[in-house]
Design a protein around this ligand. Structure first.
Ligand code: ADP
Length: 185
């Protein structure tokens, strides 16, 4: 898949990413939480939650599979794109569609905002319990598909994995995607 050429995998803390946009694995209420959500609000400061509060007041929050944009506060990125991933409930409750929808919604908002580089965490694979092997394939193929459809819009889509084990899972999934093997869809 040609879009996969702009996919970059790294291990680290997404709050330190220097991409134009960083993605937060948030929740429907945009109320803050643990994991990457807590880290982003702590590092970015109260301005981010102030905008989340305004969005919640206006729109009621961020339904699963959708995304909203706020300032990045003190972070180096220009914006934070918050998306609410699905909770894993065994796989037959539309989790895969919802997870793909998160990645698509984030890429669409980044493109609309003219943000040429985006950093993603591994959405839903922490507290929400999505199996990382399956989530990695959906994440990478969905983002690569968007990059392929919009070849001039982005320089880079980066996945910042928190653990070495997750990075290895994403590396194997990216290899399969690049090889175009049938189980990479
Ligand atoms: P979710 O509720 O969507 O599962 P979590 O924040 O619990 O979200 O976890 C998503 C992934 O983000 C997990 O792999 C977790 O280890 C990882 N993570 C936690 N903190 C950070 C961070 N600072 N930077 C990047 N990834 C992080």
């Amino acid at each position: 898949m040609t879009g996969s050429e702009k996919l970059v995998l790294s291990r680290g803390d997404i709050t330190e990413a220097t991409t134009d946009a960083i993605v937060n694995a948030a929740n429907q209420g945009l109320v803050g939480g643990g994991g990457v959500d807590g880290a982003i609000h702590r590092a970015g400061g109260p301005e981010i939650m102030a905008e989340c509060d305004r969005i919640r007041a206006e729109k009621g929050g961020c339904p699963t599979g959708t995304a909203v944009v706020t300032t990045a506060g003190r972070l180096r990125a220009r914006v934070v794109i918050h998306t609410a991933g699905p909770r894993w409930k065994g796989g037959a409750k539309g989790e895969a569609e919802d997870l793909a929808s998160c990645y698509r919604a984030c890429m669409e908002l980044a493109r609309e905002g003219g943000h040429r580089s985006v950093a993603f965490p591994s959405i839903s694979t922490g507290i929400y319990g999505y199996p990382v092997e399956e989530a990695a394939e959906i994440a990478l193929s969905t983002v690569a598909g968007h990059l392929e459809r919009h070849p001039d819009a982005f320089d880079e889509a980066r996945f910042v994995l928190f653990s070495e084990a997750d990075l290895e899972v994403y590396k194997r999934a990216l290899d399969r995607l690049k090889e175009g093997s049938p189980d990479s869809a």
